[in-house]
Design a protein around this ligand. Structure first.
Ligand code: HMG
Length: 415
């Protein structure tokens, strides 16, 4: 990764040259990255309804992630300053401590069929027909078998609701490198008539659940005491403890984790709403809790661990249509959706480490506002070299606001 040294201090063109030599990006792909119209209007018009234009977000990369001994250049697509820098800092410190260890479950997605107006013996009927139901489900998901996936299991339970008793039939499908929504929903809609016939009642909702508890990724890192200091570790642990015991802090703690996770999801063309829904529902399963843990080991090092259900893919959906997402995946160099989910878990953990480190020591404003300052300068009307000069003056004055930037600019331009 030495080619990436000082990456953030280089020009955009120099950064792209490094991606070309280090990540195999072609001249054509570099052009696509630089082209803010890379997503053609015709393609965009086919992606959503009532399309009237294309919105843009910056795409950055973090070169220093070491996960299971492999070096990654992680693409992050996000509008917020200091997220990429925070991830880079945490990844760099993690790499000096041996990097992240990560693993992921098989990519098994879950779907539900709701049956209403069911007979008393609905569960018995489901159980006695399970063989036939499973055979039909296997047939409906057989397209996944050639990739090593396919139908895995089904079960059913009853729920009592204000609208009467309902049966929920649950299906598990290994969707390999797809996010899996289409595969699941096709199966669920296909199997519903059989469920009505064998069990009785009427099918209503037939849809995947984003709470993919069988599709979790985990990452762990031990940040060494010698590197980050015993005092910083104590402060980070104090900060973590607030999140573990106070939902108001916990919400922001998890938001910080999702800064990283979402940025990778967006960069790689994944459905970040699905990722968000899944992760927050998981955090709330036993009362809303942090998505990760921080504790001290016997040596006094800081151990960070994270576990997230991640419904992400490396094929299908917007990945096929968005050229930037395809290039981002090439830069990342993951071979499967499982590997992508491991990277995302590590980025989430790194992001939280960076935020907690800053929050519990110097405060968030120092690093964040320093990086946000150029936005403020642009908002104030600074152009070209003026931007840097306004940023420098704001740092000298330790005043970070659009108003302060306007004042400085006015002064610089001679009142
Ligand atoms: P620092 O220690 O002042 O930075 O941190 P440094 O200049 O000493 O550099 C250290 C390393 O950071 C660098 O190493 C880079 O890896 C990286 P080097 O390569 O120089 O050897 N780094 C950068 N990478 C890319 N671009 C840059 C850059 N600067 C440093 N411009 C830093 C500065 C901003 C990293 C630190 O203050 C930090 O991590 N802050 C937290 C950032 C953060 O969490 N931002 C999220 C936005 S705020 C939010 O929404 C979430 C929050 O509410 C969540 C929560 O409450 O938990 C905070």
């Amino acid at each position: 990764m030495s080619a990436f040294s000082g990456f953030y201090k280089k020009t955009i063109q120099e950064r792209l040259e490094i991606l070309k030599t280090e990540r195999g990006i072609s001249d054509e792909e570099a052009k696509v990255l630089l082209d803010s119209g890379a997503l053609e209007l015709e393609t965009a018009n086919r992606m959503i309804e009532n399309m009237v234009g294309v919105n843009h977000l910056p795409l950055g990369v973090v070169p220093g992630f070491v996960i299971n001994g492999k070096k990654y250049v992680v693409p992050m697509c996000i509008e917020e300053p200091s997220v990429v820098a925070g991830a880079a800092k945490a990844a760099k410190l993690a790499a000096q401590c041996g990097g992240f260890a990560a693993d992921a479950d098989e990519p098994v997605m879950t779907g539900q069929v709701q049956l209403v107006k069911v007979p008393e013996d609905a569960i018995e009927k489901f159980d006695s027909n399970k063989g036939k139901i499973a055979a039909k489900a296997k047939e409906l998901a057989s397209g996944m078998e050639r990739y090593g996936g396919g139908y895995r299991e089904c079960e059913a339970h009853l729920i009592e609701t204000s609208r009467g008793k309902m049966l929920v039939a649950v299906f598990y499908v290994d969707v390999r490198d797809a996010m899996g929504a289409n595969t699941l929903n096709t199966l669920l809609e296909g199997i519903a008539p059989m469920l009505e016939e064998k069990i009785g009642g009427e099918a209503r909702l037939r849809i995947l659940t984003n709470l993919a508890v069988r599709r979790k990724a985990r990452a762990k890192c031990i940040w060494k005491k010698e590197l980050i200091g015993g005092d910083a570790i104590e402060k980070i642990l104090d900060g973590y403890e607030l999140a573990a015991n106070d939902i108001y802090r916990c919400c922001t703690h998890n938001k910080g984790i999702m800064n990283g996770v979402d940025a990778v999801a967006v960069a790689t063309g994944n459905d970040w709403r699905a990722v968000e829904a899944s992760v927050h529902a998981y955090a709330a399963m036993d009362g809303y809790k942090p998505l990760n843990k921080f504790y001290k080991n016997d040596e006094g090092d800081l151990v960070g661990e994270i576990e997230l259900p991640l419904t992400v893919g490396t094929i299908g959906g917007a990945i096929g249509t968005n050229p930037v997402a395809r290039i981002a995946l090439k830069v990342l160099g993951v071979k499967s959706a499982q590997e992508l989910s491991m990277v995302m878990a590590a980025v989430g953990l790194a992001q939280n480490f960076a935020a907690l480190h800053a929050l519990s020591t110097v405060g968030i404003q120092k690093g964040h506002m320093k990086l946000h300052a150029s936005n403020l300068a642009v908002i104030a009307g600074a152009k070209g070299e003026e931007v840097e000069r306004v940023v420098e003056r704001m740092a000298e004055q330790k005043k970070y606001s659009a108003e302060a930037a306007k004042e400085i600019l006015k002064e610089m331009r001679g009142g």
